[in-house]
Design a protein. Structure first.
Length: 331
């Protein structure tokens, strides 16, 4: 699932604890050019306040109107609803021509499962949640990266993964630009820079400075398949320390600032002094970023973040393609 959807669960938890009735809506199946993928979440509070989305807005407006009118007050267990079955209805709800959404709408009464999901994803675990529509009973289990959403008409299994995480080595101007852009994409951004003269200027909201030397920080982080690491100090003594640990980790993206000439020299150092294999060195993105002719720190940051997103989405697509065919939702 998208890490942004974890915010939806956080809002649901807060609203329920404040005494509100909440309906959680999940996209379970789409046809045509649907605006949101299966697994996308929308939460609607009893007063019409929303978190998340399932369409471009018109479906949300209809759900809000129904909830505010009290149509869902008697809803005691999850049920399914479809939008855009006909061409006329698709146009009415702002769906592309032929687009159809099937949703499961679920009254939230118990919140323990939400607390468990948020705690487990915060610890960078993948979680599968299954809800039985006839009863509303919820179970949680550990999930694999090849798992997919499943819906058979009687039960719904959705996946909750940790936020994407970005560790930046260096706290200079370029790192700060990358941090800002990654934060807008809902990455959890961590910055390591033992040089106090640089780290002292790091004051971005939502960006966490991690103390220690780069190699120790990477080890302690235990990078997983939701982690990207980018070395941006342009100081081999610091960048190489991080890379020697990162390139043998499970991080989905590893990059380093520097020209092609510098990258070749870097790979030679890493191979000679840290005994990194050719396979590990081949994982290094360098020069870091997409080739867009970037010149300024902001433009270079765009190229770096764009490449991280490109690799992230390609990895997600590959994992989905590797999933067993029977896990695709069906009715």
């Amino acid at each position: 699932m998208e890490s942004l959807d974890l915010r939806v669960l956080g809002d649901v938890l807060a609203w329920r604890q404040a005494g509100h009735r909440v309906t959680l809506v999940t996209v379970v199946e789409t046809w045509g050019s649907a605006p949101r993928p299966p697994g996308a979440l929308l939460a609607v509070r009893d007063d019409g306040v929303v978190s998340g989305s399932v369409s471009g807005g018109c479906v949300e407006d209809d759900l809000i109107a129904r909830i505010k009118a009290g149509e869902y007050d008697s809803l005691s267990h999850p049920s399914m609803v479809a939008y855009g079955v006909s061409k006329e209805e698709a146009a009415r709800f702002g769906l592309p021509c032929g687009g159809t959404l099937r949703l499961v709408q679920e009254p939230i009464t118990e919140v323990q499962w939400i607390q468990d999901v948020l705690a487990r994803t915060a610890a960078h675990q993948l979680v599968a949640r299954t809800v039985t529509l006839a009863t509303g009973h919820v179970t949680l289990r550990d999930a694999a990266r090849t798992d997919t959403l499943q819906f058979d008409g009687s039960s719904l299994t959705t996946l909750f993964g940790p936020r994407w995480r970005l560790l930046l080595i260096g706290a200079g101007q370029l790192s700060q630009a990358v941090a800002q852009m990654a934060s807008l994409l809902d990455f959890e951004v961590l910055v390591c820079d033992p040089r106090e003269e640089y780290a002292a200027t790091l004051g971005l909201e939502g960006v966490t400075r991690v103390l220690g030397m780069p190699d120790d920080v990477v080890q302690q982080l235990v990078p997983d398949a939701h982690t990207a690491i980018v070395a941006l100090t342009h100081d081999p003594k610091l960048d190489d320390m991080a890379l020697m640990e990162a390139l043998n980790s499970n991080a989905f993206y590893i990059g380093a600032l520097g020209s092609r000439r510098n990258q070749e020299a870097r790979k030679k150092r890493l191979a000679e002094h840290f005994d990194l294999s050719p396979e590990a060195l081949a994982r290094l993105h360098g020069p870091v970023g997409l080739r867009i002719g970037a010149q300024t720190p902001a433009e270079i940051a765009v190229s770096i973040v764009a490449e991280i997103v490109q690799v992230k989405n390609a990895a997600h697509a590959a994992a989905s393609a590797a999933a067993p065919t029977e896990t695709v939702c069906s009715l």
